[in-house]
Design a protein around this ligand. Sequence first.
Ligand code: DP6
Length: 331
Amino acid sequence: MDKAAVLAPWISPGRVPVTSEEHFAPSNIALCKYWGKRDTQLNLPVNASLSVSLGYLGSHTRLVPIDYSADEIWLNGDRLLPSAAFSQRISAFLDLFRAPGQCHFRVTTRNSIPTAAGLASSASGFAALALAVNDSFQLGLNTEQLSVLARLGSGSACRSVFKGFVEWQMGQREDGLDSHGVVLPETWPGLCVGLIKVDASVKSTDSRSGMKRTVETAHLYQSWPLQAAADLQQLRRAITVGDFTLLGQTAEHNALSMHATMIASWPPLVYWQPESLACMQKIWRLRQEGLPVYFTMDAGPNLKLLFERDQLEELMRHFPDMEVIQPFGDD
Ligand code: DP6
């Protein structure tokens, strides 16, 4: 099934798009990762995942219909070349909604994610774009449908339609209408996420091609769905009872298990830099010394630390350049 077939019931062909409001979607960090697709067209995952949204850090996006022959894509005040990969992904997403020959758009996106933080912006970017498309084309979708829409842009974006702890239910249906984010009712006011950028310069394989390579070439990947399912259950329990050790251990173990499948791919996918490993070893040492701190990592060399507010001062002494976010705090 393709994206157009999934979207057909939601689109009224004669609808003329209007200028949208500016829409915000937060960035998210997965504690149980999405890694591998059962449908690459629709970004349907092999496993369910769970994330925490990063509060006010994310993407602000607005759509303005324009009478030009191509879309004009602006990112953080700079106009992107139409040939840029990001522009092409956005235009392809907009093509799903406009009739052939119908207008183009000026897409203005501003990311409040600190550029030094090393966070991917495709999740918040496509979630904010989905909200803006819903507004511009007056689709009137509910939040589950908006999450499905965001997923068609980028899988992890389906979790960025919501705030707080979000589970992406993998679903069973071929059209993926049951594969979307769901908010967990719990909050965790003292939870902190520390962003540590160890290497700005590295150009790595993006998540999309990285997970494809893993699924196709790593025998070790066979065990990933089981690991992810068990981790998801543990994380749900940790969140329900407020057990930080269980949350941290499970998230770190999950991230390292995902990286093990990456390393077992061919050609090997090693996202770590020597500094990434040095930082992991420092965290393990601090933990041995009694400091409750854990980490998670995505498809890149940077680390995201997980700890509670009581440890903030001490951790800032060890990682003075760390950017700290309190997903549930009003800092
Ligand atoms: C490692 O959502 O960027 O960050 O669906 O192909 O757009 P596409 O992939 P993407 O993959 C994110 C992978 C991850 C783990 C996660 O966020 O769950």
